[in-house]
Design a protein around this ligand. Structure first.
Ligand code: 13P
Length: 403
């Protein structure tokens, strides 16, 4: 069950002078490559999914696989939404299993960035989920993200950063000090003095986007100045693409499986190189003992109804199944009827929360209040309601320890 609280994970990195890799994955090959690299070098890792890549895979379909990979791992992992574009994306990421979200309104003027980020922080913190904000602008004019990020680099200042963090309450800050997303023309020049000032002003884990193309020395300097999370994608993508080209050259008649052969191996090799360079390799055991495990809660209600027939009960359940899953932090809603005729309680609700914080925020959420007060409570006076912390979810395949 090595899904762990991402805030604990990044504070451990920040306090101990290393950085955790947040590797954007775009397929199961990437997922397996990244997780096997982490297993091999005993590193904590962040499985990152960028909203800008959602055209290339179905986020809703890939998330169960990402969560299963994290749950069966033996090294600590977190699942993160990278470059979330809206409140809706942040809510659906949390409800699908992300335990960290980024809200990226860095292209907006600062007051708008603050307003948008505050709203996401309020929602996510009520679900126990930490938030990464971005201030300043990290463009992607040359890499795969180019279309989404036109424009010039806007560097983060220490004064703006302090104000932004105070006003928004973000847990981690992505800063702009000279990196860009994707490939760069020429050698990147970083403003390390600026990074140092930001770190002294904030004292929270800092994040670097656009990790591809930086030198070993640059990474060491970034980490020495408070960078605890490094976002990395293009180099993995290039390694995978190169492998496909080699597979084509080796045998022009290759079918699909022949073309994608060994992608996991090359993605794993590059991810492992980064984990060793950034100092996360070998940290798994101490991170596991330091971090709160990420554990869901089952909100269970068993009840009887008075004064309504079966059809009305089903109508109420259907309304609950429609409305309640959209509440932030709700992972799933199940309704049921007893199979035994003599059951003491005829009906059940089982609502899965991502985190204990959701017990309160769900209860107070306006959609829950309306549903409960108008439809459910008036007819279900006889009921038992208990929240169970799920200690160590066992899923099929959880004994797997990587390739
Ligand atoms: P690179 O593609 O430059 O490694 O950057 C990835 C990134 O910052 C994703 O958020």
């Amino acid at each position: 069950m090595p899904l762990v609280d991402m805030k604990d994970m990044l504070h451990h990195a920040y306090d101990n002078g290393y950085a955790v890799g947040a590797f954007d994955l775009v397929s199961l090959d990437f997922l397996e490559g990244i997780t096997s690299a982490a297993e091999r070098c005993r590193a904590p890792v962040i499985l990152s999914l960028a909203e800008s890549h959602f055209d290339y895979f179905d986020f809703e379909l890939i998330m169960p696989a990402v969560e299963a990979a994290a749950q069966r791992a033996t090294v600590p992992m977190a699942i993160h939404l990278d470059h979330g574009a809206s409140m809706d994306s942040a809510v659906s990421a949390i409800n699908l299993g992300c335990n960290g979200v980024m809200v990226d309104a860095s292209h907006e003027p600062i007051p708008d960035n603050i307003r948008c980020t505050c709203a996401v922080v309020d929602m996510a913190h009520a679900c126990g989920v930490p938030v990464e904000g971005e201030l300043g602008y990290v463009p992607g004019v040359e890499g795969e993200d180019a279309e989404r990020h036109p424009g010039e680099i806007a560097y983060t200042t220490a004064a703006d950063a302090r104000n932004y963090v105070e006003q928004t309450g973000v847990d981690f800050l992505a800063v702009s000090i000279g990196t860009v997303h994707g490939r760069m023309k020429g050698a990147p020049k970083l403003d390390l003095q600026r990074l140092k000032q930001i770190n002294e002003a904030l004292g929270i884990p800092l994040v670097i986007h656009g990790g591809t193309g930086l030198s070993d020395d640059q990474f060491r300097h970034l980490i020495a100045s408070g960078v605890a999370k490094i976002n990395y994608y293009t180099a993995l993508s290039d390694a995978a693409a190169k492998q496909i080209n080699e597979n084509t050259r080796a045998d022009a008649s290759n079918g699909f499986t022949g073309l994608v052969k060994d992608i996991r191996t090359v993605v794993a090799a590059e991810a492992e190189r980064c984990m060793r360079l950034w100092g996360s390799a070998g940290r798994a055991a101490e991170v596991l003992s330091h971090c709160h495990p990420w554990m869901p809660v089952e909100h269970l209600i068993i009840y009887n109804v008075k004064g309504i027939d079966e059809t009305r009960v089903e109508t109420i359940m259907a309304e609950g199944r429609r409305v309640l899953p959209a509440i932030p932090g709700v992972r799933g809603v199940f309704t049921g009827e007893a199979m035994q005729d003599d059951a003491k309680y005829r009906y059940t609700w089982l609502v899965r929360f991502c985190h204990p914080a959701v017990i309160d925020s769900y209860r107070e959420h306006p959609d829950h209040v309306t549903f409960a007060d108008k439809l459910f409570r008036p007819v279900a006076g006889e009921r038992i309601s208990i929240d169970y912390q799920i200690v160590d979810p066992v899923i099929q395949g959880s004994s797997y320890v990587g390739h």
